[in-house]
Design a protein around this ligand. Structure first.
Ligand SMILES: Nc1nc2c(ncn2[C@@H]2O[C@H](COP(=O)(O)OP(=O)(O)OP(=O)(O)O)[C@@H](O)[C@H]2O)c(=O)[nH]1
Ligand SMILES: [Zn+2]
Length: 338
């Protein structure tokens, strides 16, 4: 973001936006407090935030029943996936409390400050495909981001139909992916086109998941295949937005007919491509962890330094060349500011 001074015109607009925002927040608090004081609210019950619209959230008490809710003034911003205590009311309910989060997926706001975008996700499916050609350093970048978030990543090789009859391609992909099960990461093979989704369905069950991965690997195709109401899903979204004036690109939670929930949004799909620090990258390579802090130099970059514990581990074959190369590329791209 440009640091140059704002023109008077721009400064005026920024101030106007801030004022409007404050006014909206105030109205929201008033609406919630009025509803609470009005006594017309139902009993407190548990719910799940399944969508977010401006200052309101959509809360689900039981699958299929959704209510718009205001937030009680003392609540921090809620995100999709948050578990809450809420009371029904007319015309909206009120969220009165937020349960602690097991995990949160954060992304930097335009000022670089990390903001949660979804909560209580426990699986990140990193989707790859024979086409577009997968690169180890990109796969590893997703894995590192998942490690840093403390959420279990699972690799999904989609479009396996493209491997049928192409032995060379199968061999190349096999060689690229061979390291991951050795590191303890699961690799599932599916095809959203040829109906081979069984391993994915099983891995989604009883979890709240997101799909991430490069453009074109088939994330939308997978979501559509998993949610037979995908058209319905698009329809449901526009129906919701038609009711209010708020359109949204924030995360939505969907229940899968085969079990489990999926949280999806354009922002979440960019997960892993956000900025990370070198320390995070180092730590995110899980097989590096036991060697960290053992290099001769405290600020060792594990490039060519003498007494480097990571290089020694690579030398012994405890760290693969593929992963070491990935690490260097990722750190290199951070240093280039890319
Ligand atoms: N052969 C084959 N093609 C597939 C499969 N799944 C998706 N595709 C194709 O891959 C292309 C990209 O699929 P999308 O679902 O749009 O990919 P995406 O990851 O959502 O892409 P973005 O929206 O750009 O992030 C489309 O032409 C799909 O038809 C599959 O299992 N096999
Ligand atoms: Zn080192």
């Amino acid at each position: 973001m440009s640091k140059r001074k704002l023109s008077r015109q721009q400064a005026w607009r920024v101030e106007k936006i801030h004022k409007e925002r404050a006014e909206r927040a105030r109205r929201r608090d008033v609406a919630a407090e009025q509803a609470l004081e009005g006594g017309a609210l139902g009993p407190e019950r548990e719910g799940l935030v399944v969508a977010h619209f401006g200052t309101q959230v959509e809360v689900e008490a039981a699958p299929g029943t959704r209510r718009r809710c205001h937030l009680r003034a003392n609540l921090e911003a809620l995100v999709t996936g948050d578990r809450v205590i809420w009371c029904d009311g007319d015309p909206t309910g009120v969220v009165v409390a937020q349960s602690p989060r097991d995990s949160q997926l954060c992304r930097p706001d335009p000022y670089g400050k990390l903001k949660p975008v979804a909560a209580n996700i426990d699986r990140i499916f990193v989707v790859i495909a024979p086409l577009p050609e997968p690169h180890a350093n990109l796969i590893d970048r997703y894995l590192v981001a998942a490690e840093v978030s403390g959420i279990e990543p699972v690799l999904v090789l989609n479009k396996t139909d493209l491997l049928a009859g192409d032995e060379a391609l199968r061999r190349d992909i096999g060689a690229l992916l061979a390291i991951y099960p050795q590191l303890g990461y699961r690799v599932l093979e599916v095809s959203s086109r040829e109906g081979g989704l069984a391993p994915l369905l099983a891995a989604l069950r009883e979890h709240t998941s997101v799909f991430v991965g490069q453009s074109g690997v088939g994330k939308s195709s997978l979501v559509n295949a998993l949610l037979p109401g995908a058209d319905l899903r698009v329809g449901a979204l526009s129906e919701l937005t038609a009711k209010g004036t708020h359109t949204t690109t924030t995360a939505q939670l969907f229940h899968l007919p085969s079990g489990g929930s999926l949280i999806d949004s354009p922002g979440i799909r960019e997960f892993g491509l956000w900025h990370m620090d070198r320390d995070q990258v180092e730590w995110g390579f899980r097989e590096f962890r036991q060697h960290l802090g053992q290099c001769r130099f405290r600020d060792c970059r594990h490039q060519r330094e003498p007494g480097c514990a990571i290089l020694a581990a690579a030398e012994r074959g405890d760290i693969s060349d593929q992963r070491l190369d990935s690490y260097r590329r990722i750190v290199g791209s951070l240093e280039d500011g890319r």
